[in-house]
Design a protein around this ligand. Structure first.
Ligand SMILES: NC(=O)c1ccc[n+]([C@@H]2O[C@H](COP(=O)([O-])OP(=O)(O)OC[C@H]3O[C@@H](n4cnc5c(N)ncnc54)[C@H](O)[C@@H]3O)[C@@H](O)[C@H]2O)c1
Length: 370
């Protein structure tokens, strides 16, 4: 019997570009910012996709590009549910990309139990499904921006001991540890990608994370964005297309048992980021400063030479180009002066992609880097 709130839809037709042998892949968090870009890429590469998402922070509209592809099946359910488990097992994916997560450092400090339910129990559930489906590999999105804590030497390599400052960081490390366990016991191939601060089109400008979209959206709307702390904190910003490349490469045979950092190695301060964005959107550079938030780190820059060596991955998009593309997308998504906020409220025919969830609230905005 289907569980309440669960829906399963077959959706669409997408022009195919053949890259590698066609596989069956399961993607959790598929309606999110990164997950939906990965869905598009996997379909482009001729793979068959089971997309799983409970739409808690993702939006079914993000899957619109692929909505007519018959190789895409969308399953609206929680990764912890029996239904998700059953459907992943019966789909028998060769590769599971596990991206579903409650992704918010600040909320993880306020409610660590909720964070752990999705990020720890959820990851374990997906691993169990992958094992029983006899999947070859699981690719997990860890967090290079949080797991290493505050370090003295930059860029940070994978050999640096982890030092979590938030329950979110702890949950990502826990996910990595469970990958190791499943590799040892069951021979499941595993690769964890420790991502920097990912940015680009489709990142929710009204969410709690994704400072580039949040700042750009506030500037486009003529609002003042909030910087938490002095603005001197730095992050390593990596563009969405480069991250999707890394995920696709990680699905291959290489990188088994490894955590690989995915970043540019370059630091940009939050204050500098606001200044760059204000110039691009031609608005005054006048952010509001608020007290720092618990769990946030001071500096992040990731050394990705291992990803270059093992996967052949390198970031191809520099910050000015990535920002230009992101701002162009936000401008394009603007309807009556409301960037992207409107887009996610547009009703999608239920028979096509399962419809929109009612009650998806817009955050009142403003935020800083995670
Ligand atoms: N965006 C970044 O800068 C960044 C950095 C490091 C790591 N990551 C990781 O990458 C992954 C994707 O991040 P994102 O930026 O696309 O975030 P996102 O919030 O856009 O996507 C997460 C998706 O997971 C779904 N989800 C959450 N809980 C779920 C559950 N219990 N069952 C089913 N679906 C659930 C959400 O609805 C959402 O669509 C996450 O694991 C995140 O921790 C992201």
């Amino acid at each position: 019997m289907p569980e309440a709130g669960d829906r399963r839809r077959r959706i669409g037709q997408f022009p195919a570009i053949v890259l590698g042998h066609p596989m069956r892949v399961a993607i959790t968090g598929a309606a999110g910012f990164i997950g939906s870009a990965l869905v598009d890429r996997m379909l482009c590469d001729c793979h068959q996709v089971l997309a799983v998402d409970n739409l808690s922070s993702g939006h079914v509209e993000n899957l619109r590009t692929s909505a007519n592809d018959s190789r895409l099946t969308f399953l609206e359910t929680d990764i912890v549910s029996k239904r998700a488990h059953r459907e992943i097992v019966s789909f028998r994916p060769e590769v599971c990309f596990h991206l579903a997560a409650h992704m918010d450092v600040r909320h993880s400090v306020v409610d660590p139990i909720k964070d752990a339910r999705t990020n720890v129990i959820g990851s374990l559930s997906v691993l169990e499904s992958a094992r029983l489906a006899a999947a070859r590999k699981i690719v997990f999105t860890s967090s290079g921006g949080t797991i290493y804590g505050n370090q003295d030497r930059f860029p940070i390599g994978e050999a640096t001991p982890v030092d979590p400052h938030s329950p979110y960081a702890a949950s990502k490390i826990s996910g990595e540890v469970y990958l190791t366990v499943f590799r040892h016991i069951y021979g499941l191939q595993t690769t964890a990608l420790a991502l920097g601060n990912v940015y680009g089109p489709r990142q929710d400008p009204h969410g709690e994370t994704g400072v580039i979209s949040i700042f750009a959206s506030a500037l486009l709307e003529g609002r003042s964005a909030a910087i938490f702390g002095t603005g001197d904190d730095t992050r390593d910003y990596v563009y969405i297309d480069d991250v999707v490349d890394a995920l696709a490469l990680a699905a291959g045979q290489t990188g088994n048992g490894l955590r690989l950092n995915i970043g540019t190695g370059r630091e940009t301060s939050v204050r500098m980021l606001h200044q760059i964005l204000a110039e691009v959107v031609e608005r005054p550079d006048t952010p509001t400063f608020l007290p720092p938030r618990p769990g946030e780190l001071h500096r992040v820059a990731l050394d990705s030479t291992a990803a270059a060596r093992v996967l052949g991955w390198r970031p191809r998009t520099d910050l000015p180009e990535g920002i230009a593309r992101t701002v162009a997308w936000l401008r394009n998504a603007t309807t009556h002066g409301q960037p992207a906020r409107i887009a996610r409220r547009v009703a999608v025919p239920a028979e096509t992609v399962g419809g929109t969830r009612s009650g998806v609230a817009s955050s009142p905005t403003s935020g800083t880097a995670q």
